[in-house]
Design a protein around this ligand. Structure first.
Ligand code: SF4
Length: 448
């Protein structure tokens, strides 16, 4: 049973030191009770209190890990209904389906696309995460061979899909060390699947005919010692599936209803035969509130927008995305190449560097640490001003790499040119264009 804020408060040190980020222990207790804070934020909680608070401190939706090694996927752990309340934490895993009734070529195509469809955006690599391997034939040998192939040809997480306990056992033998998700335990096979999940320490997906049945199953399984569960409500109609996702999230967060306190799996691949419609359904689950989303195939025109939507929704709105400060060499610059300066807001950096590349004029781009703020905001906040930019230019060593004494600042920061010239001594500060789209034309005219 979850503790109330007052019950939690009684176990806290009550010194109101504010090191946890809120002014008082009472405020911290209330945040903890609401699932909006982590117990670890208070360094002074006693070990006894920690033990008592473990239940209250646990996220209302359990964190479940699938896979092993570098590509281990973490889902769940969410504490809010809406991103703007705080942030969403663990992006949903995108999976592609392969079955034992697909031809060799079809499987090869999907695995190849799984490996090669990768996109770099704002310093992140975006790609699919899992391969869902499904037994349709119920032939254990065919399933085992397909699982072994997926395991040997890819490094992604694996979902094993069959209701047959014997077939699942064979698949698990081929890939248990990769900690696959077992899909799915139902009320018909509960004992057998639960036994396999325990034996191999693998997460288990619970599929029910509606949320009442799911709740009964998760209650039974958790009482049996299984905690790493992933919910499939069983709905395959779009409206019902969305309603279930929202009901699960609200039940877990607002009602603290433990039987639904687990991440979910959604299967757009079973909801339509139209690939573009499937993509739209998948985008719905990216927003609300899929933990894993299984697609029938991966195609760039479908996967890329889904990955971008996922990235946008799962970045922390309170923390600007920043790139590392320093010198970036674009196009192989030499001693007569121009030096440009910008802020370390990721979007600014990628737009500016992209426009410099487009110009085909090799250049040195110096990125100043503005704590992730864009040029204009950083200037207004005093983080992109003459002395700070001047010190950054001197410290990074770019001034020794050129045989001229000119530096180009963004048009929006024209106001700092005087202070910067003072900071740099005999250097000329040139004011570049306001809009990065005009950088290529500007650079083509630029002369040392
Ligand atoms: S850090 Fe701990 S002791 Fe300090 S105010 Fe927060 S809850 Fe209280």
């Amino acid at each position: 049973m979850a503790l109330t804020g007052i019950q939690i408060y009684k176990l806290l040190p009550k010194t109101n030191c504010s090191e946890c980020g809120v002014p008082t222990c009472l405020a911290f207790a209330m945040s903890l009770a609401a699932g909006k804070a982590e117990l670890a934020a208070c360094p002074y909680v006693s070990e006894e209190a920690k033990a008592e608070l473990a239940d209250a401190a646990a996220p209302p939706i359990r964190v479940v890990e699938i896979g092993a090694g570098e590509r281990k996927l973490k889902i769940g752990g969410e504490t809010v209904l809406f991103r703007h309340e705080k942030t969403f934490l663990n992006p949903p895993g995108i999976a592609v389906l392969v079955t034992d009734e697909m031809s060799d070529e079809e499987v090869a195509g999907r695995l190849e696309r799984f490996k090669t469809l990768e996109y770099e955006r704002v310093g992140l690599t975006l790609r699919a995460d899992l391969i869902a391997v499904k037994s349709i034939s119920a032939d254990a040998g065919k399933f085992e061979a397909l699982v072994a192939r997926v395991k040997s040809e890819t490094d992604g997480g694996i979902i094993l899909m069959t209701d047959d306990v014997g077939v699942m056992e064979t698949g698990l033998k081929a890939c248990a060390d990769r900690k696959p998700l077992i899909y799915a335990v139902t009320k018909e096979n509960a004992d057998g699947m639960a036994g396999l999940a325990k034996e191999h320490s693998c997460p288990l997906s619970v599929k029910g005919d509606g949320l009442d049945e799911v709740s009964e199953l998760t209650t039974k399984l958790t009482e049996d010692g299984l905690q790493d569960l992933v919910i499939d409500s069983g709905a395959r109609g779009i409206g019902k599936a969305l309603e279930d996702q929202i009901f699960i999230r609200r039940g877990a967060l607002l009602k603290k209803y433990k039987p639904l306190g687990f991440p979910t799996i959604a299967l757009p691949c079973e909801m339509t035969d139209d690939f573009m419609k499937e993509t739209l359904i998948a985008s719905m689950f990216v927003a609300k509130y899929g933990g894993i989303i299984v697609l029938s195939d991966l195609q760039g025109h479908s996967l890329f927008p889904l990955l971008l939507a996922r990235m946008n929704i799962y970045t922390d709105p309170q923390r600007p995305m920043a790139t590392s400060a320093g010198i970036y060499e674009i196009g192989g610059p030499n001693e007569s190449s121009p030096i440009l300066v910008t802020s370390n807001f990721s979007l600014t950096y990628f737009i500016v560097s992209g426009e410099i590349e487009t110009s085909r004029v090799p250049a040195w781009l110096v990125v100043v640490d503005t704590e992730g703020l864009s040029v204009l905001t950083a200037w207004a906040a005093g983080k992109f001003v003459g002395d700070i930019v001047g010190i950054a230019l001197k410290k990074c060593g770019v001034m020794d790499k050129v045989n001229h004494k000119k530096v180009v600042i963004p048009g929006y920061a024209a106001a700092i040119s005087g202070d910067l010239e003072e900071e740099l001594g005999d250097w000329e500060v040139m004011v570049g264009p306001m809009e990065s789209a005009h950088i290529p034309a500007y650079l083509k005219e630029w002369k040392a």
